[in-house]
Design a binder for this molecule. Structure first.
Ligand code: GMT
Length: 381
């Protein structure tokens, strides 16, 4: 049962391993805990969505494979399902994460419903929906249209808001609502995890977690790790949300097979994060970088390239170390300085943990989305 004053919110996101889906799922869980009725609409159940939680529902989009179509279409069945769920559950808001194709589908779904029964559309931009697809002539105009038609648009960093204005020339306000993280309690002890990874006493655990897409620059990450001295001081643990096999050859070529451990599709990231001493990120663009935030929550500072919204997440010299983009040597020197000084590392870890709790917690961010929904719903005609 929804609480009095509760909202009915539809959420669409990518269900697979990726920051936008992870954030959308965490938001849905938080909203349901705050008493709202939340309906996820996607082609699969988001992988972090808990089963059986009160007020959390999932509606799958069924996609038929018609012989006539060379490319299967997702946008239309998604919009039909959005309209159906909005009608059957009297949704107040359709909140889509990642503009393509979710925002377009939501605008279409809204138009399919009779006036007075139309949910408000909130679009949250996550990154490459602006920085990659927004630049693409085959997508840009459709993204721009969907953003202009949305009742509210948010971006996960000020940097992404500015990039969206610059690249898509959207003449409308974009609210900045940073990402948040609500860690689960680790299931295993730090010692258990270190034992599983074969880490010796005094050997530091460097962690990298991402979907390994090209923007993450895994090639640069490995180059940097190969330059870190002394070699015996650390192991790099990659929590891979994508296929690592294309990088195996580089690991061999660099002779760092004994330094690199890969774990695929790990659901219990908290188990590993609590055991980590340092994060390492080498992205060439990043609107936010949830991985850095996840590490911060466990008092683990990171060395990272200073790109996009990352300087909004962590402050160089205070909660981590930022270096210029594309510089493997600078990343390696950053790692060496952090490994060499356990006291400074701990201090930065604590500063990061504090910053994460203050600025990027469910308690700080949940009410911001709630207030945004109430603002757009108040505009219902
Ligand atoms: O844009 C992507 O690469 C996909 C997207 C995702 O779903 O993983 O990542 C973006 O959204 C995350 C959550 O808001 C951000 O933490 C990532 O920085 C952002 N990725 C990029 O901007 C490259």
């Amino acid at each position: 049962m929804a609480e009095p004053g509760a909202l009915r919110i539809g959420i669409t996101c990518y269900p697979s391993v990726g920051g936008s889906g992870i954030l959308a799922t965490a938001l849905g869980v938080e909203l349901a805990q705050r008493g709202h009725e939340v309906h996820f609409i996607s082609y699969e159940r988001p992988f972090r969505l808990p089963a059986g939680a009160p007020r959390l529902h999932f509606h799958p989009v069924v996609i038929n494979d018609y012989e006539l179509f060379k490319y299967p279409d997702y946008t239309l069945p998604l919009s039909v399902k959005m309209a159906e769920v909005a009608r059957d559950h009297a949704l107040d808001v359709l909140h889509v994460h990642y503009a393509v194709p979710h925002a377009t589908a939501a605008i279409l779904a809204r138009a399919m419903l009779p006036e007075g029964k139309r949910p408000r559309v909130v679009t949250t931009l996550h990154g490459t929906d602006t920085t990659l697809l927004g630049r693409d002539a085959g997508y840009g105009p459709a993204i721009r249209h969907a953003l202009m038609q949305s009742d509210a648009v948010t971006a996960v960093s000020a940097w992404l808001r500015d990039e969206t204005h610059r690249l898509l020339a959207v003449d409308r306000s974009i609210d900045v609502i940073h990402n948040f993280y609500a860690p689960k309690a680790p299931q295993r002890s730090r010692e258990d995890v270190r034992r599983e990874l074969g880490l010796r006493d005094g050997e530091a655990m460097i962690v990298h977690l991402s979907n390994l897409r090209p923007v993450k620059r895994i090639d640069l990450l490995l180059d940097a790790v190969a330059r870190v001295q002394p070699r015996a001081a650390f192991k790099l643990v990659i929590l891979a949300g994508g296929d690592f096999t294309p990088f195996a050859e580089q690991v061999r070529r660099l002779g760092i097979e004994d330094r690199v451990i890969v774990r695929n599709k790990v659901f219990e990231v908290e188990d590993y994060l609590q055991a980590a001493d340092l994060g390492l990120f080498s992205s060439e663009t990043e609107s936010f970088c949830l991985g850095i935030l996840e590490a911060m929550w466990f008092g683990c500072p990171s060395v990272s390239t200073a790109v996009g919204g990352i300087p909004e997440v962590m402050v160089s010299g205070e909660s981590g170390v930022l270096v210029p983009m594309g510089d493997a040597d600078a990343l390696a020197r950053g790692v060496e300085s952090m490994l060499a000084d356990a006291v400074a590392r701990k201090k930065m870890g604590e500063a990061g943990r504090h910053r994460a709790r203050e600025l990027f917690s469910a308690a700080a961010i949940g009410p911001r989305y709630e207030a945004l929904y109430r603002r757009v719903v108040g505009n219902l005609t």
